[in-house]
Design a protein around this ligand. Structure first.
Ligand code: GLY
Length: 368
C-alpha cells in the first residue's frame, strides 16, 4: 500500500497516466450541446452511429503505440474499460439514443493532489462515461489509502441547461464570436456544469475556462469543493466553439504558457500571470489547414501537448511548427504519431489523464 494518485500541475515529472481507447467510439445523435459545438461546415453534421471500424483500429493502434512509448520511458500506463457505447442513455429527465466513447479521459477526470474528481460533464451522450474509469478508480482506492475518489453531482441536463438560440445549424462564425465575447455560451446557469478539460492545474491555483462545457455555477462548485485552492475564471473571446482549455492555453513549465494566437487571454485577465512573472507566448501555427475527417476539434490540437516534465514535451509528429517552437524554447520534443486518433476526442493532452506526477503542492502565484 503506497501512494498511487498525486498530481498538482501540468508539468511535474509524469510517473503514472491513463491513456484512452478508441474502441466502439460512436458519433452520438444530435443533442443541444452537440448542436452548438459541431462546426457548421463539419462532415459530422447529420451523421450518427458507430465510427468506421478501420478508423477505430487505426486510432487504437496509435494510442497503443503512445502508451508503449510512455511505458518505455518508465511511466506506468493504465487504460479504461470501454462500456457498450451503442446503448442509449435514459434518465427521468432525458433520453439519447447512443453514447460517445472513452478516448479522452482528460475531459472526465480531474486529478488535484491525491484526489480524482469525476466531472459533471454537459453532454447527455457522455453522462455514463465515468463508468469506463471505475475499474481503475476502484483499484486505486483499494491500493492507495490516501486516494480520494470524488464525483461531482450528476447534472439533470434538461432543456433548461441549454440556450435555445444556439440550437440552430446556421448561426455563423461572426455571431458566435460576438456571443463568446459577451460570454453567452450554449449552457445556461441552471445547475453546476464542468468538464475536467476546462481546468488547468498550477499547484495552489486552478485556472478554469468559462465556455460551452463549463458554466459559472460549475466554477463556483469547484471553488467550494477545493477550498484550499484559488480558482480563477478565464475566457477566450476569439474561440467560436469554446470547449476545453487545452487547445487554447497550455502551461509548459513554471513561468511559461503557450496561448492560441486566435484566442488570446483578454488583457484584464492577465494580471495574475504578469504580477508573478509568467510569460504568455503565442503558440506556433498548426501544420494543417483542416482537422482530420469526422473530428470535433479544430486544427489547434497542434498545441494540445503533453509535458512529461518541465523540460520534455510530447508533440503530435506532423505538427512541425509547434515542435520547432518548443525546441527553440529549450524543450526536448518527443514526436508522437496521433493525428489519426484525433477524431475520437482530441490530442495528446486530451487522450491522457494524470494519475501521478512527482512533486508536492507549490504556490506559483504568491502575488494574487
Ligand atoms: N477546443 C478544442 C479545439 O480547439 O478544437
Amino acid at each position: 500500500m503506497g501512494t498511487i494518485v498525486e498530481s498538482w500541475t501540468e508539468w511535474d515529472p509524469l510517473r503514472h497516466v491513463i491513456v484512452g481507447r478508441a474502441t466502439d467510439c460512436h458519433i452520438p445523435p444530435n443533442e443541444p450541446a452537440l448542436e452548438a459545438k459541431v462546426p457548421e461546415d463539419s462532415d459530422m453534421r447529420g451523421q450518427h452511429g458507430k465510427r468506421p471500424q478501420e478508423m477505430i483500429d487505426k486510432g487504437n493502434e496509435l494510442l497503443d503505440n503512445f502508451a508503449a512509448m510512455l511505458e518505455g520511458r518508465g511511466i506506468i500506463v493504465d487504460r479504461p474499460t470501454p462500456t457498450d457505447f451503442s446503448l442509449p442513455v435514459t434518465t427521468p429527465d432525458f433520453h439519447t439514443d447512443s453514447q460517445f466513447g472513452c478516448m479522452p479521459p482528460r475531459d472526465v477526470l480531474l486529478t488535484v493532489g491525491k484526489e480524482i474528481l469525476e466531472a459533471t460533464m454537459s453532454y447527455r451522450c457522455r453522462w455514463f462515461e465515468y463508468l469506463c474509469y471505475r475499474p481503475l478508480m476502484q483499484r486505486y482506492f483499494d491500493e492507495d489509502p490516501g486516494f480520494r475518489h470524488e464525483a461531482a453531482p450528476k447534472p439533470r441536463l434538461t432543456d433548461a441547461d441549454y440556450h435555445d438560440n444556439y440550437l440552430s445549424e446556421k448561426i455563423g462564425v461572426e455571431q458566435r464570436l460576438k456571443w463568446a465575447a459577451e460570454k453567452h455560451f450554449v449552457t445556461t446557469e441552471e445547475e453546476p456544469l464542468f468538464d475536467a478539460a476546462d481546468v488547468l492545474r498550477f499547484g495552489k491555483d486552478l485556472v478554469v475556462q468559462h465556455g460551452f462545457t463549463t458554466n459559472l455555477k460549475g466554477i463556483e462548485w469547484l471553488k467550494r469543493h477545493f477550498p484550499d485552492h484559488r480558482v480563477h475564471t478565464v475566457n477566450f473571446p476569439g474561440d467560436p466553439y469554446p470547449i476545453h482549455i487545452d487547445a487554447t492555453f497550455t502551461p509548459l513549465r513554471p513561468g511559461l504558457i503557450l496561448n492560441n494566437p486566435q484566442r488570446r487571454l483578454p488583457d484584464d485577465q492577465r494580471g495574475l500571470f504578469e504580477r508573478n512573472g509568467w510569460e504568455i507566448v503565442d503558440a506556433a501555427q498548426p501544420a494543417h489547414n483542416q482537422p482530420p475527417a469526422l473530428c470535433y476539434s479544430s486544427v489547434w490540437l497542434s498545441m494540445n501537448v503533453l509535458a512529461l516534465d518541465d523540460k520534455t514535451v510530447c508533440v503530435e509528429a506532423s505538427e512541425v511548427y509547434q515542435a520547432d517552437q518548443l525546441d527553440k524554447l529549450g524543450f526536448e520534443v518527443v514526436p508522437v504519431d496521433l493525428r489519426d486518433a484525433y477524431a475520437f476526442g482530441g490530442g495528446l493532452h486530451c487522450c491522457t489523464a494524470d494519475v501521478r506526477r512527482e512533486g508536492g503542492l507549490q504556490d506559483y502565484f504568491p502575488k494574487q
